[in-house]
Design a protein around this ligand. Sequence first.
Ligand code: DIG
Ligand code: MN
Ligand code: MN
Length: 388
Amino acid sequence: MSDFTPDKKYKFTFGLWTVGNTGRDPFGLPTRPQISVGQICDLLGECGAYGVNFHDNDLIPIDATVQQSEAIKKEFRKGLKDNGLVVPMATTNLFGEPVFKDGAFTSNNAKIRAYAIQKTMRAMDLGAEFGAKIYVFWGGREGVETDAAKNPVDAVKRFREAIDFLCDYSIEQKYGYKFAFEAKPNEPRGHIYFAVTGSYLALIPTLKHADMCGVNPEVAHEHMAGLNFVHQVAAALEAKKLFHIDLNDQEFGRYDQDFRFGSANLKHAFFLVKLLEDYKYNGPRHFDAHAYRQSDYQDVKEFARGSMRTYQILAEKAKRWNEDKEIQQLLREINVSDVHLQKITKEFSKTNAKKLLETSFNRDELASARLPYERLDQLTMEIIMGIR
Ligand code: DIG
Ligand code: MN
Ligand code: MN
């Protein structure tokens, strides 16, 4: 049994804003002091993380002078070097400043849309400076409280225009970015456009540079929509569009809780880890989450360690599931093949259509096939509960 020391092969990352979260919430003031980017790097280094991500203004405050900016970048570079951390992903804060109160790329004001694109260009420059190759877009303010305010078709067109422009900027600058779109159904807007990962998977083929665009699904955000996150990730994987992933946890029907990975829905977390490991997902595993508001920084480290440990523990359990003889026997019984029929339905032809129409099926016999899912699920639960 491994001791579950964080393994770099999993590329565990955290945002500056995650372990640096000061515990503020919409109803309460910070419960932890703000720590510097250097201190955040030291904390992540101590916990064994692979990398760290940032929004432009997590790193460089929006009104920083050139001198302040250079000093912070110097401290960050030292923190990365001292702790052996890399920066796989960067993103833009297009949701904090009042100017974005009615959206950024989808704002009704062309000047604000242009400013949002400019701010993103500069943030892409900053990310490239630290070697980021994945650029995340989370449209936290791209939405409405009333549909009287904005035409939702115009919103899609405005978002596409911004992304097409920024893809060309990345190409012209030779940044080599892969863009990853992150969905969320609401909060902070009453209704956010592109509410779920599938919304972005539908948009991507309509983009000028669809090849460099993918998704960054987040557990909490799909759970907020009441969806099975594993199925959303499977759709992205199958489409070869899973460019990044935000791991955390979330009670269904709640606001965006951004809990420690696996701390609310262990069974869902198990199947997610199994999916990522079975399909050899090779991107960063980013814990976009934060410690409870009651935690001090000693406990914030436990949040970070716990996120990574849970992932690795579940990866070991997924391996056990794949190697479990009774489970694998049940799967063989459940999955009935028929070489002849599979050949016919694999590709349409007049001959195959004729053969299929001439085939007789015994519905009662087909319906009587056993599906021992209770036994299969109980065995799965016993692996998750640690007694198998
Ligand atoms: C929130 O879930 C969003 C922002 O924190 C950020 O833009 C993105 C990065 O993973 N996730
Ligand atoms: Mn979230
Ligand atoms: Mn996120």
